[in-house]
Design a protein around this ligand. Structure first.
Ligand code: LMR
Length: 394
């Protein structure tokens, strides 16, 4: 049996991580996988996370199973963080999942089980694993225009025109904030137009929100998700704590499913629990408990929000520094979009050949679609990157 297996396509982000590790050059710069690094190139454990973990070690008196949906207090805390009071709590079913990816996977499975003919519309481009999981599950994927490679902003007319081609019951996958990989985002007026189209055509909205707090602020980054949640009948939300709590390896995420009324919620909850049971039974608990501890303790929460804000501002500073440096070197404003983009990533919109050239010549690693992780830069590496971009003729 095992000898019959075929090689699977490599994930381009993870393949790049491996390549970077093998590179012996001490000056190499990793702008690949979406992980925050401080000025020393370290990915620190956040202060509030350390403290919550210390308390857990001291106070936790059992490691027995919790329940298929995970700790209900985690769901309450995360619903509060993402949705505020945009939606009546009784309409929301939720389960903890292994990371945001686990939530995405469960959401797609739910779609497949309940609407086998539904297609899922994804932005072009989107996080490659969205498409990979959809293909793996045999769900038809339709790409909608999203990124204008000339302006490096959202091609909003193209997006609306393509979404107008969706049929009733098709799913529209949207990034709640900090679009991955482009860094280009809709404004709230544009979100409203998307919501109107979703309602007009009877589409199902799904939001992946993995970077809340990395763009314009914790509340600001949730505004679009809240707008959608308060305006559509049904909504799936895949939420991640990996980045904004820095608990990447703990695999901490949540799937929320919002029904039109409260009476349907127990059935949805039962289905989400069932999906967890079929796939991995109980979701991981440690990261979820740490997040719950932080969100429910005013002092810890304030400290976490303050550290997250420092991270956000440092990324904005790096964006501005890079845009300024590129303007100085190129004598043009054509890289101004880097300061306009939000979140961890910016897609500079160049060819895979130039991306490779920059990797070979300068040891700077960005994903082949020219996505760079801004959070992987620091004040010293920004000028190196800017020079490499110009030298490559981008
Ligand atoms: C990324 O896009 O780099 C992150 O979401 C990490 C991953 O799993 O791909």
């Amino acid at each position: 049996m095992l000898s019959n297996l075929k090689a699977q396509p490599a994930d381009k982000i993870l393949a790049l991580m491996a390549k970077y590790k093998e590179d012996p050059r001490p000056t190499k710069v990793d702008l690949g996988v979406g992980v925050y690094k401080d000025a020393d190139g370290k990915t620190p454990v956040m202060r509030a996370v350390k403290e919550a973990e210390r308390r857990l070690v001291e106070e936790q008196d059992s490691k027995s199973y919790v329940g298929l949906p995970g700790d209900p207090a985690f769901a309450d805390a995360m619903i509060g963080l993402v949705l505020g009071d945009a939606v009546e709590r009784g309409r929301i079913a939720a389960v903890a999942t292994p990371g945001g990816t686990g939530a995405v996977r469960q959401a797609f499975e739910l779609v497949k089980n309940t609407s086998p003919t539904a297609r899922v519309f994804v932005s072009n481009p989107t996080w490659p694993n969205h498409v990979s999981i959809l293909n793996y599950l045999g769900i038809e994927t339709v790409a909608y225009r999203y990124f204008d490679t000339d302006t490096r902003a959202v091609d909003f007319d193209g997006m609306l025109a393509d979404l107008a081609g969706a049929n009733e019951g098709d799913v529209v996958l949207l990034h709640g904030c900090c679009h991955n990989p482009t860094g280009a985002n809709l404004n709230l007026t544009q979100w409203q137009a998307v919501v109107d189209l979703i309602n007009e055509k009877g589409l199902i909205a799904m939001i992946d929100i993995a970077y809340q707090g990395f763009g314009d602020g914790l509340e600001e980054d949730a505004a679009a998700t809240r707008l959608v949640a308060s305006s559509v009948k049904e909504l799936l939300i895949a939420g991640s704590c990996s980045k904004n709590f820095g608990v990447y390896r703990e695999r901490t995420g949540i799937l929320m499913a919002i029904s039109e009324g409260t009476e349907n919620t127990p059935l949805v909850q039962q289905n989400l629990n069932f999906l967890n049971r079929q796939n991995y039974s109980f979701p991981p608990d440690h990261g979820a408990r740490v997040v719950t501890t932080i969100l429910t303790d005013p002092e810890l929460r304030a400290d976490w929000a303050a550290e997250l804000e420092e991270i956000r501002l440092s990324m904005l500073g790096l964006r501005q520094q890079l845009a300024d440096e590129l303007q100085r070197l190129s004598g043009s404003d054509r890289f101004g979009f880097i300061a306009e983009h939000r979140g961890m990533f910016s897609q500079i919109g160049t060819t895979p050949e130039k991306v490779e050239q920059i990797r070979e010549n300068d040891g700077i690693y960005m994903v082949g679609d020219s996505r760079m992780n801004i959070a992987g830069l620091n004040a010293k590496t920004v000028p190196l990157l800017a020079k490499a971009i110009i030298d490559a003729g981008v």
